[in-house]
Design a protein around this ligand. Structure first.
Ligand code: F6P
Length: 356
């Protein structure tokens, strides 16, 4: 039986998207009669009917390619059901494109926002399968998302490189790792890179605790300190504020989280503290070997689900098993770092501080 599959990538890109697209396509072509439609720039393409009929050759040579061959978009519509000034009923438009294209299913590769819309479309009667991607690793129900390990390798290399220059100059270096709500990437790269302090959004920090470590190290023969701080980390005072007020205060001061920590340390300890923001470097380029394997496994599992007619789910890794969860259980739930997570205990046991 012929099946027409729509594929889209939505939200921030990450390494492994093309490997996952390739996994879906190759397994589909190998195991059933498949036609694949590439939807451009995420849900925008689905809303506006912007797509292309894909050929088998287009899925060749993309395993190692960073980014996404389909394009992506952080859909600016927070609430897909809300009719904006343009008067477009986005849900109706997406359903129309799906119907016009005579799709049998839609595969959506994305993070939390993407999963919310995937669930909405599934509730609207479309056959949807999600694939969890994000360097933030914050999708509920999967041990890891693809993209995370590559970003972790990159962030760790950044910390390693900063380490040697920090040691040479006896400086405090504050490295800002991506992750606005979730601190997974900062936690993992901080441990892997041997940071002295790790500051994550889930554990508001006291700058006095961080300053104490900096002071101690300045007085010891280790005259430098490495601090890994998540983009969304906040101190205990900021944590008391409403999110909106906190963001407004930060924006007014023009401080990113690392610049803020460096500034606080300069004031408190009088040390030379610099901040580094590797930014989108963490999301760019070729996927690591781990992510190539995981993305391929996820993509192939999605094709198996299509063949079996299982929809309304998203693919997941649990232990060593590739499996899936219901979209309704995953949509709208972020997987944050539990403050009693094993890796936090491990880090604390080797003397890394979290500022709590
Ligand atoms: O979701 C991945 C991520 O890289 C986050 O870590 C970061 O906060 C955000 O995207 C940055 O988004 P943008 O690329 O839209 O600035």
């Amino acid at each position: 039986m012929r099946r027409r599959i729509g594929i889209l990538t939505s939200g921030g890109d990450c390494p492994g998207l093309n490997a996952a697209i390739r996994g879906v396509a190759r397994a589909a072509y190998e195991t059933f009669d498949a036609e694949i439609v590439g939807i451009h720039d995420g849900y925008r393409g689905l809303i506006e009917g912007d797509y292309s009929e894909m050929k088998r050759e287009q899925f060749s040579g993309i395993l190692t390619l960073g980014g996404t061959i389909l394009g992506t978009n952080r859909t600016p519509f927070r609430d897909m059901r809300k009719i904006g000034d343009d008067n477009v009923d986005k849900v109706a438009a997406m359903k129309k494109t799906y119907k016009d294209l005579k799709l049998d299913c839609l595969v959506t590769l994305g993070g939390n926002g993407t999963h919310k819309t995937a669930h909405l479309l599934s509730q609207e009667g479309l056959n949807v399968i999600g694939l969890p991607k994000t360097i933030d690793n914050d999708i509920y129900g999967t041990d890891f998302t693809f993209g995370f390990h590559t970003a972790n390798d990159i962030a760790t290399e950044v910390i390693d490189r900063i380490h040697t220059t920090a040691a040479s100059h006896g400086r405090v270096m504050v490295i800002e790792i991506m992750g606005n709500k979730a601190g997974w990437l900062t936690l993992y790269s901080g441990v892997a890179g041997g940071a002295d302090a790790i500051l994550i959004p889930e554990i508001p920090y006291s700058i006095d605790k961080v300053a104490e470590v900096v002071q101690k190290r300045a007085e010891s023969n280790k005259g430098f300190t490495i601090i890994a701080v998540a983009e969304g980390a906040m101190d205990k005072e900021e944590a008391k504020m409403k999110k909106k007020d906190r963001e407004a205060t930060r924006a007014a001061s023009h401080f990113s989280s690392s610049a803020y920590v460096a500034q606080q340390l300069r004031e408190k300890v009088g040390v030379e503290a610099r901040n580094v923001v590797p930014g989108h470097i963490q999301r760019g380029g070729t996927p690591s070997a781990y992510d190539r394997v995981l993305s391929t496994q996820f993509g192939v599992h999605a094709a198996e689900l299509i063949k079996a007619g299982v929809f309304g789910v998203t693919v997941a890794l649990k232990g060593n098993e590739i499996t899936h969860n219901l979209l309704q259980d995953v949509a709208g739930v972020s997987k944050l770092v539990p403050p009693d997570h094993q890796l936090i205990k491990t880090a604390k046991n080797i003397g890394i501080i979290f500022g709590d």
